[in-house]
Design a binder for this molecule. Sequence first.
Ligand code: SF4
Length: 437
Amino acid sequence: MGGNSLLERTLDSRLAPIYRKVVAGQRLTFDDGVTLMTHPSLFAVGQLANLARRMRVGDRVYFNNNAHINYSNVCAIHCKFCAFGQSRRSSKAYTLTIEQIVAKAREAVAKGATELHMVGGLHPDLPWEWYPEMLRAVKAACPGAHLKCFTAIELIHFTRISGLTLEQVLLTLKEAGLGSIPGGGAEIFAPRVREAICKPKETAEEWLHVHDTAHRLGLRSNATMLYGTVETPEERVDHLVRLREQQDRSGGFQAFIPLRFHPENTNLGHLPGPTGYDDLRVIAVGRLMLDNFPHIKSYWIASSPAIAQVSLHFGANDIDGTVREEKIYHMAGARTAQYTELQQLLRMIWEAGRIPAERNTVYEVIREYPAEPDPDLVAAGAIRGYTVETVHLSRAERAMAEGRFHPGGRRGRPVPVQFLDEQQTGGAGERTAEGRA
Ligand code: SF4
């Protein structure tokens, strides 16, 4: 072993063989996955995942400017883990009109969104024709936006209400503007867990078949895993192995996105929910097991911006986007903001020592940022939230930033730091970005 001395010192006899496989680019086995999922040193597992991330995809961290439009929460079935779906008689039930959806789409695109992520419940009354009509209306209003819409169970629902085959449904939606499909609904593939948390939903085989079909029709997709309900470590690893096998067959998955279970307002409210250790563990093991997935996404809406940022050192290379108006997690008690400013995402990535890149839905880079905050952008106030505290200046650097001290008697270049609150209010005082909440 060589070149990773800190990592090597943390390895024991269970992790050392896995380390050798990672370095050699060899596939990990199911048993390796269980070892990683249960090993007492999360730090060592994270180090291995960080190494795999570095070897496979480098230091770039992707994000996108996107908006979620949950067109309706009315759902004909009830999954125990879900706080979003409502019966049509519920006082919380809503269904947007196509005009309202178009207005939301226009507003998001006007603010820079390049992707519209649209999912909903299994509406018992909306006819099949409504869905392609809705996509056509959004596409006509926002021709440049990528429409990432409808989870596997929604697509299966469409086959039932239309009488069409899955291929016909997907081709009709594609013709209407569908660009790709999201990864939701996978939950955990193990039948025991599905029985306990989402009995009426599609089976694992059906979920995989939908994605297989989409890939063969040229639609890319993502894959998720809901963690923190009643699954065992072995069932998590089984889920990852099945995703890996599917990717070997059809190759259209772009990102793996672990989704944290939020118990509040669900029929599983008695469960404690996952911990921060779980959040980081599933990211790390996902990176290590899914050797054929280019991207591991840390979904900050579900886990929190803080966990998402730390996960960049546990194998993640994508931090999702500037999600607006997310409802699914917020109806289950998520306390995260519903919109993260671009500047905040940049700050999270830079602080983690990574290189931000804004992407579109299919991971083409729209804008590459420098490895460090661009001083001119900071000085111009374009990168907000960078204060003396957040860039960790020493006392001398701080004095330089304030123009009070120039080392070595020479006029050093001041570190260009702007204080947002001073800039906006004209007032004095040094506050952190967090103080602006
Ligand atoms: S998870 Fe989806 S299918 Fe299940 S109840 Fe919620 S909205 Fe309906």
